[in-house]
Design a protein. Sequence first.
Length: 382
Amino acid sequence: MKNIVKAFISVLGFAAILTACDKKESLPFYQSGVTPVLTSNTTSVAPPASDSDNAVLTLSWTDPKYAVDSNLQKFIVQIDSAGRDFSDPQTREVTGELSTSFTGKELNAILLNLGFTLGVPGNIDIRLISSYANNNEKRISNTITVQATAYIIPPKVQLPSTGKLYISGSATQGGTTVPVPVPDQELSQINETTYGGVFYLVGGGDYVILPKNDGSLDEKYNVADNSIAGLENGGEFGYNLSDNFPAPAASGWYKIGLNFSSGTFTVMPYTETLPTSLFIVGDATPGGWTSPVPTPSQQFTRINSTNFELSLPLNGGFHYLLLPQNTGSFSPKYGCLDNTVDSAKWGGPLLISGKDIPAPDESATYKIAVSFFSNTYALTKQ
């Protein structure tokens, strides 16, 4: 009996030892932190180009008090156009710091990526998302609004003093004869430093871009060396250099863009159909849906190779379409992407076989500007 008791006691002792050895330590506890408060050193920023390398916007925030070393705290700064609820923000990641600064160059790039117009002030919303390094325990700060203005970057290539550009050369439909035929061989100004156009190019030929259509070739934009491989698709250009632009090997329609800020150009195949005329039809117009439409009152004026304009009284609350031909047929036709959104009344993407375009609510005279370079339309009240 004594032996049985001794054996039982031994088993209990061994089990106690195993239990002691298997005891788990308490897991570490991390605090969830507190919501950081974001502040800015300014409510309005409009840096000149000379401040491109200087700090122009500084953001600071309070400590979220996570239970780790501050060097392990992660912060994401989000910047978006005001009112867009950070649907597609520009971001910057910061680790272990409670502030960050943006140079004029960095802020300007953000504004341009958000679609800001150069030199025109607009509002941006800014907020901060804090977390542990593994993204746990996210805390979203307050949102602050700052008025910001994108500056015009000094162009690498001097802009045309005339504000106009024309294409000439053996690769063009007009050949080397100058002055060139307009509006077919005139480029459009896309913004302050960008021009573009759509042209038929003869494969293997060459061309230059002229700031004046006065019959002179003394002033021109061209390239330094047209033997560089791939230059027919784009590259660097300048003012009064030695060689003409080389055309692509295959004849066809091409979209040419020139960026004077970067001093670069692009040449891309144009796979759509470029109309040579444009008309408007619809119950928003004086002529209603009757086609052919009355001319010249409902015929656009072609401004250059890709742009058309027309001023016309429109009936508020009704619709219209754009027609490349005035033959009585509605095929082909141009319309908008979505006529249920309010912004479509003032402009947006232009699509072949798109939906009927809604006129603005107020009956008035409007200028309608159409670009087949960007495939867009825009209205302004006259």
